[in-house]
Design a protein around this ligand. Structure first.
Ligand code: TSX
Ligand code: MN
Length: 605
């Protein structure tokens, strides 16, 4: 029955896209080897040094196809108000009409690969099946690392009863005899990354890169899943999941949401600076969270690999990621050394005297352009990671004790603060974001780009409804069973623009405070914005952090917060009337608390 539905859809899409042939992927090692051989034979992939990087390959994208294209990403819901102010909306019929024209004959001269894949552990009630059709072999070999791909996923179709159809074409059909470019793609104005949330359908055209093309990740596991989660009463979130174990051997699981460039992958694989404390990884990007029989939140990582930013990754910043990419890894848009190894800006050691850069051109250190693209990536299996938690594949998921949110905030936001309750925690998530860095327009410097729960580009519906859903989740269980929510900020600076907190492995000191708060043993002081650690509650053993720096990290400055609350209010107004009143109430409450404190101080009490 379901197999029949699948066959009908595949045939229909094949007659639309008109590939020369259709190949069903079984996900086996032999098949993968064949595909990689074909990719190297055609020059699309470069095999790296067999001893230095066993079974590793490098790919180089077209310079016009290097990142997710948010301007070309669409939510085609029936009503515009269901897409909200943060999404590009298109009427589904118009979207289909536009894209049918593009897909018509788009795979001429090419092969259509049928990729069955499972998001989440096999035989987990929380997992979903997707079927991606694509004319990109690069996509196939990446999907095999990032998802549970192949026959085993197809075998679960009768049990799951349904699948999420994902149609993908790079948008570059070949006329007979026409040479195939190394990285074919369509020009920007013909790229469309489209989601039909009511139909649970994904259509992607014109790009072969990352989240535009590996449809299991951002398109399915976040945008479509977020809508399914809202309808079905669970949550699809842009979060890492980590396991933390204390010196007694007791463990807890934390989930954490951060915008880009905050070091999510680094935190997921943190190497602890405190003896006896250990962090292990469940996932670095996406968490599907639902309530179990006992009313506790449990999370699975729907993915099976890491699609991580290469730039800045080193044995110094993230030794576990570096060890994960030592074998069986795909690199995209990195630089290649003369001995066929990889290189990127921020990797350990000095730049070599000569490289091939990501545009396949000669590179020497005097060249002004970077050797690796800033958005260069590694694709590697989670099982390659030396600090993988044994529970990573548990079909039940792991119980979440704490949810962390954060961003890059040079001022105002303390190192860590704890919410007073779930609603206040949702407020924290709703106002999170990063300060715009010098890399973007200088006139925007100092401005905070709000990114609720790091989900702004990934919510498949209205952001106001999304925040309401967070609040509704609490109504399904008892308050005591919910994870506590913490706002962390590794990026606070002093007046000389110096980072006050050492970050990286020293972040375990903050995780330890959270762990002990959950146990009820760590000290905190109440402030208008929530609970903060007392100075002595942060373990500084084995590190030199000055009292003055820690005090600065734990300062809640009323003047800064006046501006902050105004700025949050401004952001709330941009969400419109779907913003839950409960969140503006938290804002007003915090405002009132500051006024109380100021009033008491004025009276000299
Ligand atoms: O990933 C980061 N984390 C989380 C680590 C678990 N980064 C890198 C961000 C870019 C992806 C950080 N950068 C962190 C951090 O905690 N903190 C900082 C800021 C920082 C940078 C350099 C230093 C200190 C802080 N260096 C010295 O103090 C010598
Ligand atoms: Mn991400």
């Amino acid at each position: 029955m379901h197999a029949k539905k699948l066959t009908i859809w595949v045939n229909k899409m094949a007659s639309l896209c008109q590939p020369d042939r259709v190949v069903w992927c079984d996900g086996s090692d032999a098949e993968n080897e064949r595909f990689l051989n074909e990719l190297t034979a055609t020059g699309k992939a470069i095999a790296l040094h067999p001893e230095k990087r066993p079974r590793c390959h490098a790919f180089f994208s077209d310079p016009s196809d290097v990142a997710r294209v948010e301007d070309r990403t669409f939510i085609a819901s029936k009503k515009e108000s269901d897409a909200g102010p943060t999404n590009n909306w298109q009427p589904p019929r118009k979207m289909k009409k536009t894209m049918l024209k593009l897909f018509k004959g788009s795979m001429k001269g090419r092969t259509m690969y049928v990729i069955p894949f499972m998001m989440g552990p096999f035989d987990s009630p929380l997992s979903k099946i997707g079927i991606q059709l694509t004319d990109s072999l690069y996509v196939v070999v990446n999907m095999r690392i990032m998802t549970r791909m192949g026959q085993q996923a197809l075998d679960r179709l009768p049990a799951k009863k349904t699948f999420i159809p994902c149609l993908h074409s790079i948008g570059h059909p070949l006329a007979p005899g026409e040479p195939d470019p190394l990285w074919p793609a369509a020009p920007i104005e013909r790229k469309y990354i489209s989601h039909f949330p009511e139909k649970r359908l994904i259509w992607s055209y014109g790009s072969g890169y990352g989240g535009n093309a590996l449809l299991g990740k951002k398109c399915l596991a976040l945008r479509i899943a977020s809508k399914m989660a809202k309808d079905e009463g669970w949550m699809a979130e842009h979060m890492l999941i980590l396991k933390i174990t204390n010196p007694e051997g007791r463990h807890k699981f934390f989930a954490a949401a951060f915008p880009s460039a905050c070091g999510k992958t680094n935190l997921a694989m943190l190497v602890s600076k405190l003896p006896g404390w250990k962090v292990e990884t469940i996932g670095d990007d996406i968490a599907w969270i639902s309530l179990d029989q006992e009313g506790r939140m449990r999370a699975i990582n729907p993915e099976k690999g890491f699609f991580g930013v290469a730039k800045g990754t080193s044995y110094a910043s993230n030794p576990s990621a570096m060890r994960a990419v030592e074998k069986d890894t795909i690199f995209t848009n990195v630089a290649i050394t003369d001995d066929m190894d990889v290189w990127w800006e921020g990797i350990d050691g000095k730049p070599p005297a000569h490289l091939m850069d990501w545009k396949r051109a000669d590179w020497t250190p005097d060249k002004e352009t970077p050797a690796a693209h800033p958005n260069s990536r590694f694709t590697t299996a989670i099982t390659n990671c030396p600090v993988i938690a044994p529970e990573w594949d548990d079909p039940e998921g792991v119980p979440i004790s704490a949810i962390l949110v954060g961003g890059r905030r040079p001022s105002t936001i303390p190192l860590v603060h704890e919410s007073v309750d779930w609603t206040h925690g949702v407020f924290m998530g709703s106002m999170m974001g990063s300060e715009v860095t010098a890399a973007t327009i200088s006139t925007m410097l100092g401005i905070v780009r709000r990114d609720p729960f790091a989900m702004l580009p990934f919510i498949g519906y209205h952001v106001g409804d999304y925040l309401a859903h967070w609040l509704e989740m609490a109504e399904k269980t008892e308050a005591s069973k919910l994870p506590r929510i913490y706002y962390v900020n590794w990026f606070r600076k002093d007046e000389h623009n110096r980072f006050l907190w050492p970050g990286f492995g020293d972040n375990i000191r903050v995780l330890k405070w959270i762990f002990e708060r959950l146990d009820g043993t760590a000290e905190a002081k109440e402030t208008p914005i929530g609970y903060l650690p007392t100075r002595n509650a942060i373990d500084r053993s084995g590190v030199n952090i000055k009292n003055a720096d820690l005090d600065a990290l734990l300062t809640v400055d009323p003047a800064e917060w006046q501006d902050e609350l105004k700025s949050i209010n401004h952001f709330y107004e941009s969400i419109g009337e779907k913003l839950p009143d409960a969140l503006t109430d938290v804002l007003k409450h915090i405002q009132a608390q500051f006024e109380d404190v100021a009033g008491n101080q004025g009276e000299g009490s």
